[in-house]
Design a binder for this molecule. Structure first.
Ligand code: AMP
Ligand code: MG
Length: 406
């Protein structure tokens, strides 16, 4: 049954339509510091103290009063009296008078009366007195209190993606656990009578299911929780039953297979039976054109092609953006760039195309990666997709292309 939605929509419009229907995840959980990386921060994290908390030495050497070193040089050193030593973790509370210095180690607090540090390589390493060979200006080799961040600064705003750096920052504040949004929960389902699960015997006419595993790995990488990865036969009732079993407990339903126009393209029936409101069917691009999407009870249903590369492209170009919207954490946004083509690309088509590529130093290599939509091995080693506009005609080595990094 045809309707106005059968006209393919642009990729950008498809993404926009889906993002506008996403219900952003608002519930959070508390996790220990060591489990934060990869998660989305819930609530702002503010600095509770200055960092560093005290003026500190960036060098092993001698804390000095800069004025005392005026005119010092290798041929005419200035001698200072070494009155104490302060190591990292220690303190020196005493006064430092004119002509005096304090032996100091990297990370140690600079005594209050000192305003500079001379690296030990610019001295004679003296113990009770030291000859300094250079003069320093006030605040030379001096890390000021709060120069990294200041108490009260909003260091990490709500919905920041937490990686190793952010984890370290939270740790540096002395915070042992933080709130993060819960992971998006996803139901994955492959469809097709021809599919058998890895580990079982391959009988005539069958192939092993690979999409289910590609998708699950991607979703994990993208910070989602795959609540179930299941398979349905080409009987729509079977698919409905499997989806219904999990739909309540997930935010997103992703299926692969059965979205084209063949007799066994069951996802249209599944949408009808389950009363899923259709959002769009078909995106104006190759591969991944045959994608069906809908919404039911506030949850998106994304039905992708069964062809492995088509499904892979839809996962990156569309599903990834939906995950970003669910978490409000934009670290999954694909990064666009340009590259110069190393090889020629002969296929021309009226539709916009995405071609698997390996890009390095601004050069896009596609040789070995231009297999069909059903090919998996062409995807080995790729790190980008070329975004080739419709009607581009043949592309030659040296042509400039737009790319999206995976
Ligand atoms: P479909 O979209 O169901 O028409 O499937 C298109 C092609 O992809 C067919 O050759 C299927 O056998 C293949 N295919 C479908 N689902 C999968 C899957 N989960 N893993 C690998 N190949 C699949
Ligand atoms: Mg199928």
């Amino acid at each position: 049954m045809k309707n106005e939605f059968d006209t393919p929509v642009t990729l950008e419009y498809a993404t926009e339509l889906l993002q506008s229907r996403v219900r952003r995840i608002d519930d959070s959980e508390k996790l220990p510091l060591r489990e934060l990386s990869g998660r989305t921060l819930a609530g702002d994290v503010c600095a509770l103290h200055d960092q560093p908390p005290f003026p500190r030495s960036p060098l092993d050497g001698y804390a000095v009063r800069a004025a005392d070193t005026a005119g010092a040089c290798r041929n005419d050193p200035i001698t200072l009296r070494v009155i104490a030593e302060v190591d990292a973790g220690g303190t020196f509370e005493g006064a430092v008078g004119e002509g005096e210095a304090v032996r100091i180690m990297t990370g140690a607090p600079i005594p209050e009366d000192c305003d500079a540090v001379i690296g030990q390589e610019d001295t004679d390493y003296g113990e009770s007195t030291v000859n300094v060979y250079i003069s320093v200006a006030p605040y030379e080799n001096y890390c000021r209190q709060g120069e990294d961040y200041r108490r009260g600064d909003i260091l990490l705003p709500d919905r920041t993606h937490i990686g190793p750096v952010e984890t370290g920052i939270i740790g540096s504040l002395g915070i042992a656990e933080a709130d993060v949004y819960r992971k998006p929960r996803v139901l994955l389902m492959s469809t097709g009578d021809e599919l058998v699960m890895p580990g079982s015997e391959l009988t005539p006419g069958k192939i092993y299911d690979s999409n289910l595993f590609t998708f699950e790995a991607m979703l994990r990488d993208w910070g989602a929780e795959v609540v179930a990865a299941t398979h349905s036969s080409d009987d729509p009732e079977d698919a409905v039953e499997k989806i219904t079993r999990y739909a309540e407990s997930v935010d997103l339903i992703i299926t692969t297979g059965g979205v084209s126009v063949g007799k066994k393209d069951i996802m249209h029936d599944v949408f009808r039976i389950m009363d899923v409101e259709r959002i769009f069917w078909k995106i104006a691009m190759k591969p991944g054109m045959a994608m069906l999407s809908g919404i039911r009870e506030g949850k998106l249903y994304l039905a992708l092609s069964g062809n492995p590369y088509a499904a892979f492209a839809d996962m990156h170009l569309v599903v990834r953006q939906v995950i970003c919207e669910l978490t409000g954490d934009d670290h999954l946004q694909m990064i666009r760039g340009t590259a110069v083509l190393a090889d020629s690309y002969k296929k021309s088509s009226p539709a916009r195309r995405f071609v698997r590529a390996y890009v390095q130093d601004g050069v896009a290599h596609i040789e070995g990666h231009t297999g069909g939509n059903g090919d998996i091995a062409s995807g080995i080693g790729i790190n980008a997709l070329l975004d080739i506009p419709g009607d581009s005609g043949e592309l030659r080595p040296g042509d400039k292309v737009s790319i999206l990094y995976l």
